[in-house]
Design a protein around this ligand. Structure first.
Ligand SMILES: C[S@@+](CC[C@H](N)C(=O)[O-])C[C@H]1O[C@@H](n2cnc3c(N)ncnc32)[C@H](O)[C@@H]1O
Length: 233
């Protein structure tokens, strides 16, 4: 894995910054500097054990258009640690996850492998397919080939109002990935794909991305999902 990711391999933890650490629980991203938040991993085990009713109440499910048992294919073009993708897959959606960071894609691959071996998770894991690469390059082709009905974008926002574990995860991702300022072209590209809707997750009070007014929004406590319903072509 170190060779594949072109990273130096250490037998003991260096104290100088971000490392990917492989142990018996799987792969984790860890900041080894004093005072840094602890390790973060992609892990679907808790989410997949939640009741369907509680998952269904997640705003992301309504925003992408998941209804009852109707089949739905979604492209999560900014997959991150895969939490949102996992909610959708647990509810029965087929989800294509695009992640451009090699380290984050490695965390996702590890989580998907572990999930595939867990009887409670295997069915949801089989509905998630990881694509490592830049959505700006992969999205147009994937949108056609997958026949997806929805594209979901959850760009990293500079500072989010979320709490606890989610906040710690995002803090660590932010120090790994640096500023992410190319999301506006991604929205432009998504809006030109042959899908029924594009959904963008935003901080609750932020302006719509790139000034594009959504068709409607679904607001949660700290976040908002802007839904762009596209004309059928
Ligand atoms: C805020 S995180 C997404 C969190 C995710 N929704 C979750 O539930 O864990 C944003 C992720 O999008 C990825 N990303 C940003 N721009 C991208 C692009 N053009 N192509 C693929 N991935 C991208 C970043 O590397 C980062 O991992």
């Amino acid at each position: 894995m170190a060779r594949q990711l072109a990273l130096p391999l250490h037998a003991t933890l260096p104290s100088t910054g971000l490392v990917l650490q492989l142990d018996e629980q799987g792969l984790a991203l860890r900041d080894t500097r004093p005072g840094a938040p602890g390790a973060v991993r992609a892990d679907f085990s808790q989410l997949a054990r939640r009741r369907a009713g509680s998952l269904r109440s997640e705003a992301v499910a309504r925003a992408v258009g998941l209804r009852g048992n109707q089949p739905l294919t979604v492209i999560d073009a900014t997959a991150g640690l895969g939490r949102d993708a996992c909610v959708l897959a647990c509810l029965g959606a087929q989800v294509h996850l695009i992640e451009r960071s090699p380290a984050v894609a490695a965390l996702l691959r590890d989580a998907l492998e572990r999930a595939g071996q867990d009887p409670a998770l295997a069915a949801a894991a089989a509905r998630m397919r990881l694509h490592h690469g830049d959505a700006l390059e992969l999205l147009p082709r994937l949108a056609v080939d997958s026949g997806a009905q929805a594209i979901y974008l959850d760009p990293m926002y500079p500072e989010d109002g979320t709490k606890g574990q989610v906040k710690k995860d995002m803090q660590l991702l932010r120090s790994l990935l640096g500023p992410q300022d190319d999301v506006e072209p991604l929205l432009g590209l998504a809006l030109n794909c042959p899908v029924r809707r594009v959904v963008v997750k935003r901080p609750r009070r932020a302006a719509p991305l790139a000034g594009h007014r959504p068709s409607h929004s679904i607001a949660g406590r700290s976040t908002r999902f802007d839904v762009y319903v596209l004309p059928q072509r």
